[in-house]
Design a protein around this ligand. Structure first.
Ligand code: ADP
Ligand code: MG
Length: 276
């Protein structure tokens, strides 16, 4: 049965300032969606809010996964419910190896009832699975012994995320600017990994990007444009082509209210009023 991720009229504020102003999005498992928008339009705000980052306050609206209210759940419970988020800027965890991190993450998602300190999935079983996935992704087995994200190149960070995706098999994956900082070969390798893993597990994927490049490798069936904290256009791949040809100016001209909201946000950012 295919699950549904449903975002309705979502408003999100940072420091009391409204960034998202009523976002609606519906994803079904097996579908690939792209969320595009210029820098500062609120793309990352949406992904942080969906993951439950404490600084992103949902002031209105709802987000449900197969009817389960995500917004009432802790971040780890959201992951157990089937949501995976690849951040634009993943943090490093010195002292925790990739293998160790993944073993914990996989155990927690597969055994939602597990309490801290309870047994992890058996090492032998996990190692086998890990090796197999790394092999499929063309990764050096040594990589699993490194500390998570410490000193990783852009490409290595993203590959570590695809590996996580392959092992966790979430119902929905949100990939925020997965191509940022990658050279063209790395974009291709990572995209192919995402495509393979997503197709195999029947995932719903939301690719967040301001730039069309990654969408030549991960082909979306549905494309949405975010401007000034609102989804102003939804359609198919023709929207990607239009943005590639003409940039975002036609979107601003077509939606002057959203363009005005965008300008206001930019001014606040520029004058340093919005900082943690
Ligand atoms: P995008 O990912 O589309 O580039 P963001 O969601 O990162 O946009 O940012 C949307 C707006 O929210 C911007 O005006 C940005 O300055 C502001 N913003 C986002 N995160 C923070 C933060 N941690 N502190 C202050 N302002 C923020
Ligand atoms: Mg962003």
């Amino acid at each position: 049965m295919s699950k549904v991720l449903s975002i309705e009229n979502l408003h999100v504020a940072i420091d009391g300032k409204e960034i998202l102003k009523g976002v609606d999005l519906t994803l079904r498992q097996g579908e690939v969606h792209a969320l595009m928008g210029p820098n500062g339009s609120g793309k990352s705000t949406l992904s942080y809010a969906l993951m439950g980052h404490p600084n992103y306050e949902v002031t209105e609206g709802s987000a449900t996964l197969d009817g389960i209210d995500l917004l009432g759940l802790e971040p780890d419970e959201r992951a157990k419910a089937g949501l995976f988020l690849a951040f634009q800027y993943p943090t490093s965890i010195p002292g925790v190896t990739v293998a160790n991190f993944l073993r914990h993450a996989v155990t927690n998602v597969r055994n939602p009832e597990r309490k801290e300190g309870h047994e992890l999935i058996p090492m032998r079983e996990f190692r086998k699975e890990l090796r197999q996935e790394m092999d499929e992704l063309g990764m050096d087995p040594e990589f699993a012994r490194r500390y998570l994200n410490e000193g990783f190149s852009g490409g290595e960070k993203k590959r570590a995320e695809v590996l996580q995706l392959a092992l966790l098999k979430p119902a929905f994956a949100i990939l925020d600017e997965t191509d940022s900082g990658l050279d063209i070969d790395a974009v291709r390798v990572v995209s192919e990994g995402v495509n393979r893993v997503a197709a195999r597990a029947g995932m719903g994927v939301l690719v967040i990007t301001h730039y069309q490049r990654i969408l030549t490798y991960i082909k979306p069936q549905f494309v949405h444009i975010l401007l000034g904290g609102k989804v102003v256009e939804s359609g198919g791949s023709e929207l990607v082509d239009a943005l590639e040809r003409e940039g975002y100016d036609w979107v601003r001209a077509k939606y002057p209210d959203a363009a005005k909201d965008e300008e206001e946000l930019e001014q606040r950012t520029a004058s340093g009023q919005l900082t943690f």
